[in-house]
Design a protein around this ligand. Structure first.
Ligand SMILES: C[S@@+](CC[C@H](N)C(=O)[O-])C[C@H]1O[C@@H](n2cnc3c(N)ncnc32)[C@H](O)[C@@H]1O
Length: 265
């Protein structure tokens, strides 16, 4: 709950302020409460229930022309993943939902029931690089899976005999692909990337933490294009990855990649 926010606040205070954006109406109040209990008042830390794609509107409502630093930490949080009621978990059963904002759109079960196999196969490939995309899409599209574990069992049953590790990787990839689709994560990321230069103050910096190749490809491509257009003066040459100590302490950081860029002055 707001681990990055806490670290950033320690560095920008006194004098700075931090705006925290998240689409999740369930976890956001908990983060707000935690940071308030640490003594950060609304002038120092404000929370905004917003998609990252809506950053320009949030800045305007906060009366800010731009930010000096933007950090985007993409994907799902441990709090979301570990709460079976949210429908992201392959370990504990729960309704097959996967919405970061359960008040908007339709959950994964309804979504899967309506989709055509060819479209689902494309999504498995694009959103998760799934090698058995067509086979899995044929087995899953149009079917009714009300719970996370019933979907996980159907994925395992659809695959040919494979080493257990391979099978479990496919289960994770299918869940990832569905989550990205249900939450329209790529279009949100693309809109956010498009708005970035105008949301940064001159000389301001952005860092984006991604968790899989579909996200990283988009960030890399967008930063390179902005550098070429001289909207950014500098971008990360290489991704920054967690070191051994961080990977041991926090295994979910293993797939994280960070890229940064600086807006031209
Ligand atoms: C990896 S977690 C970040 C955790 C946070 N850095 C912390 O320290 O507590 C990603 C968060 O981003 C949110 N999120 C993902 N995509 C989003 C988007 N397009 N717009 C707004 N929030 C998003 C999720 O709801 C989730 O809470």
């Amino acid at each position: 709950h707001g681990g990055h926010a806490q670290e950033i606040l320690q560095r920008v205070l006194p004098g700075g302020r931090l705006l925290g954006l998240d689409v999740d109406p369930l976890e956001l109040p908990r983060t707000k409460e935690r940071l308030r209990s640490l003594g950060y008042g609304p002038e120092q830390f404000s929370v905004w229930r917003s998609n990252f794609a809506g950053l320009p509107q949030v800045l305007a409502r906060a009366d800010l022309a731009g930010a000096d630093v933007i950090l985007a930490d993409l994907g799902v949080s441990s709090m979301q993943l570990d709460n079976p009621a949210r429908g992201f978990s392959i370990k504990q059963d729960g309704p097959l939902d996967m919405r970061m904002n359960p008040a908007r759109g339709q959950g994964a079960a309804a979504w899967l029931q309506k989709i055509e196999p060819a479209k689902l196969a494309r999504l498995f490939q694009e959103n998760a690089d799934e090698p058995r995309a067509e086979l899995l899409a044929t087995a899953l599209a149009g079917k009714v899976f009300l719970t996370t574990l019933s979907l996980a069992s159907a994925i395992r049953a659809a695959l040919p005999r494979l080493p257990n590790e391979e099978t479990e990787l496919s289960v994770r990839r299918v869940f990832q692909a569905l989550r990205i689709a249900v939450n329209e994560e790529f279009s949100a990321l693309e809109t956010f990337l498009r708005h970035l230069p105008s949301c940064l103050n001159p000389g301001g910096r952005v860092a984006i933490l991604t968790f899989h190749s579909g996200e990283d490809r988009r960030v890399k491509k967008s930063f390179a294009a902005r550098l070429e257009a001289q909207l950014f003066s500098e971008i990360a040459r290489e991704v920054i990855r967690p070191g051994a100590a961080e990977r041991n302490a926090n295994p979910r950081s293993i797939s994280a990649k960070l890229r940064w860029a600086r807006r031209a002055a």
